[in-house]
Structure formats: C-alpha cells, structure tokens
Design a protein around this ligand. Structure first.
Ligand SMILES: [Cu+2]
Length: 189
C-alpha cells in the first residue's frame, strides 16, 4: 500500500464519520434552493451521450476507495469514448463527466439520495429510488454523463466530447470528491 493510498483510506474513514454532519450542513445550504438543484445546466457544452457504434475506443476505469485508476484520460475534441467502469471497491461509487463547477452543483442531489435512503454505503436501494422519483416527479442521473456503480459491478458511459477544454470525471458520493476521487479529462484539438 502506497502512502497516497493510505492517506485516501484514512480520508474515507473520516468521510464516513462526518457524513451525518455534512448532510445537516447541505440541508441548510440547499434550503429554498431546490430550483437551482433542478437546473443542472445543459450538458451540451461538455458534450452529449454517444452511441456505441460511434465510439472510437473503450477506456477502462477501475474504482477504489477513493480514487480511480487511471486518474487521467486524454481525448480529442469530437471524439466518442466508451468508458467501461468497474467498481473494485467496497462502497458505491459514481463516475460522472463534468466541469468542476457542475460536479459541485451535483453534490446536493447526491446528498438527497442519501437522505432518502436511496444511496447506501455499499448498495443502491432501487425501491427507495422509485419512491423518491415518484415524489419528485422526475428521474435522476438521466443526462447520460454519469453512472453509479455498486461494489463488484460494472457500468458504462458513452460520451461524445465537444470542444477542447478541461473536464473531470468524479465521484459525488458525499465525501468522496473531497477526499480526492476525481480524475482529469484533457480534450485537445
Ligand atoms: Cu466514490
């Protein structure tokens, strides 16, 4: 185990300990701001969901506590990539493609999933997810730029990148992004 991995493992333990305090803080912060949580902003500036036959290659990513392997991916503007994501960890992790700001604005939604018992540390409660969807009148994670993966399972995101810019792939499970679960996507012309 490298020093870096040990630091990350320590950060995971810390994140789990402080998560309830974090939820309370997020509730306060998001009060009256449900409208802003709903408007994710368009995903077209960062690209759009791609079709399997458009993908020029498959990039394999493995998830751990709390990091990805590899931690950086280079793509070309206009390229469609099929990301095949395997969760090798013991907790649920997310793979989401966005700008740093978009990841930040996605955090309250993930916190809400924890509050509604949808997102549990080691699994996703589908029944609770259906109930939450019904009460909110709309789905979650329906923009195609992210996937939540349970331990031992695999997920897929097929994404067509637009212009040259710096994006991130990140996990917005509460506490994970903060403890370093993110990687860089470099898009060049
Ligand atoms: Cu994670």
């Amino acid at each position: 185990m490298t020093y870096r991995m040990m630091m990350r493992a320590a950060a995971v333990a810390l994140a789990l300990t402080v998560s309830s305090a974090g939820i309370a803080a997020a509730q306060t912060a998001s009060h009256g701001g449900h409208g802003s949580a709903d408007s994710h902003g368009s995903t077209t500036s960062i690209g759009q969901p791609g079709k399997p036959y458009e993908a020029s290659r498959t990039v394999r990513i493995s998830m751990h506590e709390n990091y990805y392997e590899p931690e950086s991916v280079s793509v070309s503007a206009g390229e469609t990539i099929r990301f095949l994501i395997k969760n090798e960890g013991e907790f649920v992790h997310e793979f989401a493609i966005a700008t740093a700001e978009m990841h930040k604005s996605h955090a309250p939604e993930m916190m809400m999933m924890v509050e509604h018992g949808v997102l549990l540390p080691d699994r996703i409660d589908q029944a609770a997810a259906e109930k939450m969807k019904a009460s909110m009148g709309h789905g979650m994670h329906d923009e195609g730029n992210s996937v939540l993966v349970e331990p031992g399972k695999s997920g897929e995101v097929i994404w067509r990148f637009s212009e040259a810019q710096d994006l991130q792939f990140a996990c917005n499970v509460p506490g994970h992004y903060e403890s370093g679960m993110m990687g860089d996507i470099k898009i060049s012309h």
